[in-house]
Write a protein that binds this ligand. Sequence first.
Ligand code: NAD
Length: 478
Amino acid sequence: MSTPHYINGRWVSGNSINRITAYDPSLGQPFDELDAADAAQVDEAVTAARRALPNWSKAGAVTRADYLQGFADSLEERRENLISLLMQNNGKPRHEASVDIDDAVATFRYYANLIRPLNGQPDNAVALPTVAFSSHVRLEAIGVVGLIVPWNFPLVTSAWKLAPALAAGCTVVLKPSEITPLIEQVYGQIADELELPAGVLNIVMGLADTGAALSDHPGIDKLSFTGSNAVGSLVMRTAATYCRPVTLELGGKSAILVFEDCDLDQAVEWIIAGICWNAGQMCSATSRLLVHESIADALMLRLKSAFEKLRIGNPLTGEVDMGPLTSKAQWVKVNEYLAIADAEGLHCLTGAGTLQSGPGWFVSPTIYCDVPSNSRLWTEEIFGPVLCTQRFATQEQAVAMANDSRFGLVATVISTDLARAERVAEALDVGHVWINSVQVVFAQTSWGGTKGSGIGRELGPWGLSAYQSVKHITRFIG
Ligand code: NAD
């Protein structure tokens, strides 16, 4: 890939001395390499976005909606290629890669439909307590935005930022993860095909220094970041220097609460989906299982058997339920946690060994039972298929245990008593609760967390607001 960066409507090669390597994690082998963008190229991208801003922000909502619809349709047309790339570079099973594409398509469609009716509408009048004044409100594009994203759901995470930012009239510089440097190039290819005006969308690939050059660029008006808490703090610190806004979508250590009246087999399915989808590399993984003591032993037996039946392997050579971890660094990190569990003397119900399913970065889906609340495995985000469990006696205790975390991204409640499930959902200090379902995100619902899981919300109208600036115009009438 000799010209991987999309700057000012042109594909260009990278000028950095840093090389980025794309790996197939099922084989642990590289399959592509590219030159990263340097700080001067980030500057070119921001300058192009600044130049494109006046026209794009004033383009009517119908024009912008048409482009967004075009992105949705073109993603759909590229489905097979994208599935292959997500299988090869992320190690995703085919059905998971397909869901990622559905999600990105739905996001572009949703924002196209959300803004289309706004075209030509007068600004909203605001009722005042006097007739001596009139006032109306305008929702304007916040400006040039920097978007920095991770590798676990590259197509989706970028869509959740790109679609609302473009819908709001912002121009953007997107910095994908160096672990999955090829996938978001599709957005540049589609921009080319749709003849999106030059500079509206720019994509620069790079390592941490490229991300830092973007987050530290004086020419951006907002930074939206998804990734680790460590880098999120750096991004926020840099934003503080310029007093400019940030959206931060960070980590999680979410709970799945299973009550005694559940269907055990159904509960097992949801628990597995919450920790083994994407090999557990989900900010929203429900990695802490809280189970009512009266069903704990029976549930554990079924979970052990179901975990051991999962088909794990290379998604490109057969149908699998779980692929490898996406990077060697992540594989090393998960194995470090397994070693910590050993050192802490945790009770391992199943898993913990590195799989022999190939030369790639595979980990067995693992369960640790009755993990103490001060264990690092209970409190820290592992980002792998590692489930920790505890038992509770009462609903109040379950809620307190779930809320006892520095994160607050999501939670799942499993109970056939829907009134109770609703009460529990209300008491949970998180951004999204699923009742009798797991990891379902609609473009219409919000995404984001409380506490250490971040600042702000994506998706829904809240996702659009994140890229809008509110302006009131108030006139004296007399
Ligand atoms: P990361 O923080 O290491 O990297 C994220 C992005 O930031 C990458 O593009 C990286 O190149 C860039 N970056 C690295 N250093 C930077 C710097 N100093 N300045 C600016 N940019 C920099 O995260 P990751 O390992 O790619 O992703 C895993 C993390 O992302 C997990 O903690 C996970 O919970 C989180 N995540 C959160 C959500 C959410 O919606 N809350 C979604 C997906 C992932």
